[in-house]
Design a protein around this ligand. Structure first.
Ligand SMILES: Cc1cc2nc3c(=O)[nH]c(=O)nc-3n(C[C@H](O)[C@H](O)[C@H](O)COP(=O)(O)OP(=O)(O)OC[C@H]3O[C@@H](n4cnc5c(N)ncnc54)[C@H](O)[C@@H]3O)c2cc1C
Length: 461
């Protein structure tokens, strides 16, 4: 029989180097300060940490990269487990399945899949953790082609509150499998996920930038294109106020810019010509409005896609907001521009509209608690306190955009896009909230993991 001490990784407290490592977060604006923290590299270490928390009357919290720390509840009464299980991504090319250990960032999954002609449903940043992203639904760079990323999950390995290790799939425990996929978290410590990959022979991907002064001519054309866009194409537009940094091309930091980026995917060789045509139908009318300041759209393989959106690789302080929007029409686009571009000064570094629809919009048979997004655009706005605006100015600007877009607000949210703990959240309907609670009561009757439940996802809190 194993004891806690035999396997305990270093349980650390504030001020110790290992505590700082275990509590490191991507969003420097939202540090986390649990009572104790541990980086767990094996199932035994996770079990030992859970036992330690129990023995000391602490709750258990889990994270991987801390990309979502701004949405984490306070954890002063908890032990935080950073999951970094040993092991690599293992791809089974025949079944087109990747087994992904919980500490893995998406960049490593993309690199493991690409040699097999396969791609993964990753998001815009290669440094986001696969597990946190998937548990929250996951809006992929290929989202309109693949649907919500969580629908690709085939099995979840986790340690539950009783210290038991389970491999959960649609057959072994359909209710827990349902709840794990978008049900709001708080079910245990995930140690690995199995995810379906999809074939890709090529992509057309990149980003084109124009002066924001052209936005009033460009954005309505892009919006009109989204109404008839093919499922193979997933794009986003951003109004950006970029800082003058060595890694930012000068031409992009000279003033506000509008960026259009995305992916058009060719699943098979025979689809390449069609993908070229589809990309041209998107880009040619926009390039005709004005020459881009910079234009990186090109033909490539899936390895290029994690770089397309140019998310910051290093931790930054970020404060933001998010809404899921219905069809904007020209009026909605005009309001978005009024609130983001047509003003003397912006406190938002980025105001983004991601294109939804396609494979994201329809309920999927066998889906989990969150399987689709009934919305046309995902808005997110974000500012960096100290750059472009103070915290108060960023909050005020976020509130202004929220007010401007309120006629198109669906009231729903995508869990992975929610930007702060205090913003209204609406991932699940009331029935799904109750069903997820029933599963939690079964697998975590004492509520050891309740601090990890996303707001709005439990009737109990
Ligand atoms: C620059 C940037 C780009 C992004 N791009 C996208 C995008 O394109 N699409 C998209 O959908 N999202 C995107 N996100 C959001 C991102 O997907 C979420 O923040 C996601 O929750 C991050 O997961 P993580 O594990 O890296 O973060 P963490 O903060 O470590 O974890 C987030 C939550 O996931 C849960 N969790 C994490 N690991 C485990 C585990 N092992 N066991 C149990 N629960 C766990 C916990 O509840 C934790 O609070 C982006 C975020 C940033 C900062």
């Amino acid at each position: 029989m194993t004891t806690v001490d035999e396997h305990s990784a270093d349980l650390t407290r504030h001020g110790e180097a290992a505590y700082e490592a275990a509590t490191r977060v991507f969003n420097l604006f939202a540090p986390v300060t649990p009572a104790a923290a541990v980086t767990a590299r094996s199932t035994e270490e996770i079990r030992a940490a859970i036992a330690h928390a129990r023995a000391h009357g602490l709750g258990v919290r889990v994270h991987t990269t801390g990309h979502a720390s701004a949405t984490a509840r306070p954890m002063e009464d908890a032990l935080l487990i950073r999951t970094e299980p040993d092991g690599e991504v293992a791809v089974d090319p025949r079944r087109r399945i990747a087994r992904i250990p919980a500490g893995t960032r998406w960049g490593a999954v993309v690199e493991a899949a690409a040699p097999h002609g396969l791609a993964a449903p990753h998001g815009s940043s290669p440094t986001v953790g696969a597990v946190g992203y998937l548990l929250g639904g996951g809006l992929s760079m290929y989202a309109r082609h693949t649907g919500l990323a969580v629908n690709s999950v085939r099995a979840v390995e986790l340690v539950t509150a009783d210290g038991g290790q389970r491999r959960v799939d649609a057959y072994s425990d359909p209710e827990l499998f349902w709840a794990l996929r978008g049900g709001g978290g708080g079910f245990g410590v995930v140690t690995a996920v199995e995810v379906a990959l999809f074939p890709v022979t090529g992509v057309i991907t990149g980003a084109a930038f124009w002066p924001a002064a052209q936005a009033a001519r460009l954005l309505p054309r892009w919006r009109a294109w989204t109404e008839r866009a093919p499922r193979e194409a997933t794009t986003s537009v951003r109004v950006m106020n970029l800082p003058k940094l060595p890694e930012v091309p000068e031409i992009l930091s000279a003033g506000p810019v509008l960026c259009l980026d995305g992916v058009v995917v060719a699943p098979g060789d025979e689809d390449t010509a069609r993908a070229r045509r589809q990309a041209d139908e998107l880009l040619a009318p926009l390039r005709a409005v004005a020459d881009p300041l910079m234009d990186t759209w090109h033909e490539a393989g899936p390895l290029a896609v994690p770089e397309t959106h140019m998310d910051p690789p290093e931790p930054v302080p970020v404060l933001g907001d998010h809404l899921l929007l219905r069809e904007l029409g020209d009026d909605g686009v005009a309001e978005f521009l009024r609130a983001t571009v047509d003003r003397p000064r912006s406190a938002l570094t980025v105001a983004e509209l991601r294109q939804l629809g396609g494979g994201l919009s329809a309920p999927v048979p066998g889906a989990g608690a969150l399987g689709h997004l009934d919305a046309r655009f995902a808005y997110s706005g974000a500012g960096v306190p100290g750059f472009g605006g103070t915290e108060e100015e960023i909050r005020a600007h976020c509130a202004e955009v929220r007010r401007a877009l309120s006629p198109w607000d669906t009231g729903r949210t995508a869990p992975t896009f929610v930007a702060s703990l205090d913003q209204p959240q609406g991932h699940l309907d009331a029935d799904a909230v109750l069903a997820a609670d029933r599963v939690r009561t079964r697998v975590d009757p004492e509520g050891l993991f309740r601090g990890d439940i996303a707001p709005g996802c439990s009737a109990a809190r």
